[in-house]
Design a protein around this ligand. Structure first.
Ligand code: 5GP
Length: 213
């Protein structure tokens, strides 16, 4: 998918990295660990209408909004993507992502699958990473150990997860979340590889060639 339509200026920009995957796979946990490990990456803070959980801070974990405020953000075109998930809205503020990329830094979004597909329509050059569970059995276990779900909810979340896994073909990379630190290491490897794409160096090489002409 990294259909790089990279113009000269675009090559000096940072990468937009989208980390997504089915509900329950551990995206949040992997992203939090990555945040502790990789100081070079910038992390996008999403807007959401869900209530803050214990220990969450506005502007750090999320920008907590009312439904009306969220709707106004959509109407003003401020969101790069947004989706409704389990009765709440989640979306990525556009301006921070754009300014980060323009400054040459890489930014990572941790979002659910519908939102990732929207990003793909607007930013085909972004890098899409899909987090997979080690097995369906393990995914079910993770959903169950989250706690409160009834047998029916577990079944419906598993069927949604299977549909989401079916969308893997839209992604550039797949990472099995068998162990959090190992998954982080693989994401870091992808980020490093993306930084080494030859397209990024074309402006510099063009300049070198002009200098010796
Ligand atoms: P939670 O409520 O557990 O923090 O997040 C629920 C789901 O929303 C997770 O799958 C998370 O990846 C996703 N999510 C968080 N922020 C965004 C966002 O900005 N856009 C979209 N589409 N999904 C998001």
């Amino acid at each position: 998918m990294t259909n790089n339509t990279c113009g000269v200026a675009a090559c000096e920009r940072g990468s937009l990295i989208v980390l997504s995957g089915p509900s329950g796979v551990g995206k949040g946990t992997v992203c939090a660990a990555l945040r502790r490990r990789s100081k070079e990456l910038v992390y996008s803070v999403s807007a959401t209408t869900r209530a803050p959980r214990a220990g969450e801070t506005d502007g750090v974990n999320y920008f907590f909004k009312t439904k009306e405020q969220f709707q106004a953000m959509i109407e003003r075109g401020e969101l790069l993507e947004w989706a409704e998930y389990v009765g709440n809205f989640y979306g990525t503020p556009m301006s921070f992502v754009k300014s980060t990329i323009d400054s040459g830094r890489d930014i990572i979004l941790e979002i659910e699958v519908q939102g990732a597909l929207q990003v793909q329509r607007n930013f085909p050059d972004a890098v899409f990473i899909f987090l997979l569970p080690p097995s369906l059995h393990e995914l079910r276990n993770r959903i169950v150990t989250r706690g409160t779900e009834t047998e029916e909810t577990i079944r419906s979340r598993m069927s949604v997860a299977l549909e989401e896994i079916g969308l893997l073909e839209h992604y550039d990379y797949a990472i099995v979340n068998d162990e959090v630190e190992a998954a982080c290491g693989r994401i870091e490897a992808i980020v490093t590889a993306e930084r080494c794409r030859r397209e990024r160096y074309i402006p510099r090489i063009k300049q070198w060639l002009e200098e010796v002409r």
